[in-house]
Write a protein that binds this ligand. Structure first.
Ligand code: NAD
Ligand code: ZN
Length: 357
């Protein structure tokens, strides 16, 4: 017997053209297929990827229109299809970007499902978490502990797992220096904390905002050094000055939305260092000089969200109180305003929408 009464319609934010009107309106509640859960989304983080998708910056043909965006959802399981056996009605659940994978390709078979070419993404290929009820493949839904902070865990489900996975991919070890470029944003604010929890030393780069606002913000989260890229005469030189005598940091994570910052990040690391590319500025390209990259044995790698197991670990760090999500909660009806603030670079930390408002 299902104690939840499921309505036939629900509130959602939906768009029919790229960069067109964002409509807050009633749409039908979806029905779960045999392998899917129906989730009552209570909260959803707003990721910069949602803005890229809405603006058509991930390629004009990628999103399925009309579309409900969102991929950092937290809520409650209120229904499921006939094949689902590992979930109960009332379980707390997270909905992330990867909503479905094929389960049979070489990447899925090796539990590296983020590389599945047939994956379906929440808020890109199928309606995401900017609505009150969404569907998700039972195998890609994230089990959340019963006492989890439901509004604050949302950002962990994209921003958190992405930076946690990116830091692991950097191979930086406890005591070593990592540069986080874009440190005051949604991903950056979590990257600083995961890095600290992993025993790394953080040089945070960001810029703008009120005087000292971002510096205080990232230092409160655990960064030892802050560099304001809008004020520094030479960001690379400052990184080298602050990261000991080794000729740069051991690793750099780019979570900024700036092509220039990515280009620059190649020069942040010392020999045998790793640069992890995460931010996705539209159509950005970088040029890497071959001779020093080869002789200094620099690794440049892309990192994309995280697997189910990365997600489990990233949520566990949060559940144990090691990560604090710096969130501001607003109503789902205010999503358009959040996108505008994000576009203007005025967001510090993460906005989370409450789907009941
Ligand atoms: P955000 O807007 O919250 O944060 C971006 C931050 O970058 C801001 O604080 C901004 O001030 C800062 N910034 C801008 N220019 C900079 C520069 N030159 N140097 C240093 N900092 C600079 O965005 P977010 O939600 O944190 O997302 C960041 C990026 O990561 C987006 O492009 C998003 O699409 C991408 N992303 C990638 C993955 C992945 O799996 N690879 C997952 C999630 C998000
Ligand atoms: Zn995201």
């Amino acid at each position: 017997m299902n104690r939840f009464k499921i309505p036939t319609t629900q509130k959602a934010v939906i768009f029919s053209t790229l960069n067109g009107p964002l409509e807050y309106k009633s749409i039908p509640v979806p029905k779960p297929a045999p392998n899917q859960l129906l989730v009552n989304i209570h909260y959803s983080g707003v990721c910069h990827s949602d803005l890229h998708v809405y603006k058509g910056e991930f390629g004009k043909t990628l999103p399925n229109l009309p579309l409900v965006g969102g991929h950092e959802g937290s809520g409650v399981v209120v229904g499921f299809g006939s094949n689902v056996t590992n979930w109960q009605i009332g379980d707390l659940v997270g909905v992330k970007l990867i909503n479905h994978t094929c389960g049979t390709c070489e990447h899925c078979q090796q539990s590296q499902e983020t590389a599945c070419a047939d994956s379906r993404l929440s808020g890109v290929h199928i309606n995401g978490t900017f609505q009150q009820y969404c569907i998700v493949d039972a195998l890609q839904a994230t089990k959340l502990p019963r006492d989890i902070n439901l509004p604050a865990v949302g950002p962990i489900l994209c921003a958190g797992i992405t930076v946690y996975k990116g830091l692991k991919a950097s191979l930086a070890k406890p005591g070593q220096w990592v540069v986080i470029s874009g440190a005051a944003g949604g991903l950056g604010s979590l990257a600083v904390q995961y890095a600290k929890a992993l025993g790394l030393r953080v040089i945070a780069i960001d810029g703008g905002g009120e005087p000292n606002e971002k510096e205080k913000f990232v230092k409160d989260l655990g960064a030892e050094v802050y560099i304001d890229f809008t004020k520094s005469a030479d960001v690379v030189k400052e990184v080298h000055q602050h990261s000991g005598s080794g000729g740069g940091a051991h690793a750099a994570l780019n979570v900024s939305t700036s092509e220039a910052a990515i280009q620059q990040s190649i020069n942040f690391v010392r020999s045998r260092g790793t640069v992890v590319l995460i931010g996705l500025p539209a159509e950005a390209k970088i040029k890497i000089p071959i001779l020093p990259t080869v002789l200094r044995q620099i690794t440049v790698k892309g990192s994309y969200v995280g697997t189910n197991w990365d997600t489990h670990e990233a949520v566990d760090f949060f559940a144990r109180g090691l990560i604090r999500c710096p969130i501001q909660i607003v109503g789902l009806s205010e999503l358009e305003r959040v996108f505008k603030l994000m576009e203007q670079g005025k967001i510090i930390g993460r906005y989370v929408v409450d789907t009941s408002k």
